[in-house]
Design a protein around this ligand. Structure first.
Ligand SMILES: Cc1cc2nc3c(=O)[nH]c(=O)nc-3n(C[C@H](O)[C@H](O)[C@H](O)COP(=O)(O)OP(=O)(O)OC[C@H]3O[C@@H](n4cnc5c(N)ncnc54)[C@H](O)[C@@H]3O)c2cc1C
Ligand code: HEM
Length: 414
């Protein structure tokens, strides 16, 4: 862990670095892409750069990691590292690229903090960087080797065999393998990165949750097209929605993702909103394929029946599972033609009876996840029993706020 020489230096400089970390991250990315424009083709998500969410995620993760080294030196922030490592592996990040990131990050640190970066300060932060880098490199090596791949070989071509309209804004793609190589099974809840060539010739990666259990031949995911509402429309989701058709090929990574179904036999509660239903659909499909008898509760919030993506598949799986029930909240009121328990308004946990000792999975917009998580904590659900999937870079702000709370980790956020 952190050396005795570096610890007091990190403690003393953490506040000033934390105060400037977003500026450092912004300067870092500008410099990185100036030096290595090839990283913008197929590796970095330019939507996240435009929104600055990736800058905030990098900044937040470094701040959480460094403060955790100082405050809880005996334990690395596992969930943080695991989320990042899975994302990196789904993009084929290599160990050699850590040198490139190192050099550009330290250039940005000096550029922003100037003379405050004495040789002693630089050496201490160098140590933090490599502790984090090696923790990630090691996890990523494990993820690649468990799948029998190298970073360059996480990608495969798949052929679209079905494009199923789900709602006005959501389509499901069903893809079939195009070669004889074994299709490694996904864990329930995992996602793939899809790498799409854009009209300007640049490839853009985006993650999509798998929505069906594996059969060795196919993968399935659902895409909601993002309307800009004053900002640009989402580029990859709209291209997939409008232009990709049956017979086309897509480049897709192997499945990755650390928010996966717990197999300890405890009751499971899924709480989703809108397109956040996709990882839940994947987990339900795995449970149905396995003939699970567990108590399973699906809580889902949407606008109305017509906007509830994957409703046919999800409700068929609920029906096939003897211990499963579904409860839905619709913004437009409690009218529904589906054979389920429907409530009007936003999700309210008081409307349902939740099982004892359950594991909770949340997915949806951040305010939704924050509200549901708070309601669960109010009901004395332990933070470690609440997992969530974020459809974008995790900003780790909850970890910064709650870092003094014992046991509060990534799963304590929303
Ligand atoms: C683990 C994970 C799982 C996911 N699973 C799913 C899933 O199952 N289904 C699904 O539909 N999505 C899923 N997503 C989200 C998905 O990966 C994409 O983020 C989503 O499809 C939007 O991508 P896009 O290219 O259409 O939007 P982008 O082009 O990336 O745009 C995103 C936002 O940035 C704004 N923006 C872009 N460029 C600019 C600019 N120049 N200036 C200002 N604002 C700008 C846009 O207006 C938009 O609001 C998942 C994400 C993750 C991380
Ligand atoms: C110690 C070093 C590093 C740290 C702390 C770090 C941190 C992060 C974080 C926090 C995320 C967001 C994860 C999420 O989705 O929630 C991320 C994503 C990513 N990282 Fe790293 N990373 C490091 C090294 C690297 C390297 C060496 C590369 C290779 C060029 C890289 C490329 C990426 C890419 C392409 C993404 C996805 C970006 C996006 O979708 O917008 N990272 N990283």
């Amino acid at each position: 862990m952190l050396s005795d020489r570096s610890r007091p230096v990190i403690e003393a400089t953490l506040p000033v670095v934390a105060d400037h970390i977003e500026e450092i991250a912004a300067r870092f990315y500008t410099h990185l892409f100036g030096q290595h424009p090839e990283l913008l083709d197929g590796i970095f998500n330019r939507g996240n750069q435009a929104e600055r969410t990736q800058q905030m995620a990098l900044a937040g993760s470094v701040a959480v990691f460094a403060s955790s080294l100082v405050k809880v030196p005996e334990q690395l922030p596992e969930h943080l590292l695991s989320r990042i490592a899975h994302k990196h592996a789904s993009l084929g990040i290599t160990p050699a690229q850590y040198d490139v990131v190192h050099d550009n990050l330290f250039w940005a640190i000096v550029d922003v903090l100037g003379e405050a970066v004495t040789p002693e300060v630089a050496a201490a932060w160098d140590e933090v960087y490599w502790l984090m880098a090696y923790a990630l490199i090691n996890q990523e090596r494990g993820l690649y080797s468990a799948r029998g791949v190298r970073p360059e070989t996480v990608w495969r071509e798949w052929e679209v065999v079905e494009k199923i309209p789900e709602t006005d804004d959501v389509v499901t793609f069903r893809l079939r393998r195009t070669d004889d190589r074994l299709v490694k099974t996904s864990l329930p809840g995992q996602y793939v990165t899809v790498q799409v060539p854009m009209p300007d010739g640049v490839r853009q990666p985006r993650q999509y949750s798998l929505t069906r259990a594996d059969d060795g031949e196919h993968r399935q995911f659902s895409v909601k097209r993002v309307h800009g509402g004053g900002k640009p429309d989402g580029e990859v989701s709209n291209l997939l929605f409008d232009r990709v058709q049956v017979g086309d090929r897509l480049t897709m990574s192997l499945p990755f993702g650390d928010v996966v179904l717990d197999d300890s036999g405890r009751p499971v509660v899924f709480a989703s909103a809108g397109i956040g239903v996709t990882p839940m659909a994947g987990m339900l499909s795995h449970l149905a394929a396995a003939g699970s008898h567990l108590p399973i509760t699906l809580l889902h919030a949407d606008v109305d029946d017509a906007s509830f993506a994957l409703r046919g598949q999800v409700l068929a799986d609920i029906e096939a599972l003897p211990g499963a029930s579904a409860h839905v909240w619709y913004e437009r009121g409690a009218q529904s033609s589906l054979p389920i328990d429907v409530h009007a308004g936003v999700m309210n946990l008081d409307d349902v009876k939740l099982p004892e000792d359950a594991i909770y999975y949340l997915c949806g917009p951040l305010p939704f996840m924050q509200a549901v998580r708070s309601a669960l904590i109010e009901r004395n659900v332990a933070p470690r029993d609440i997992q969530y999937e974020v459809f974008g870079p995790d900003l780790w702000q909850a970890d910064l706020v709650t870092e003094d709370t014992p046991g509060a980790g990534r799963h304590a956020a929303g």
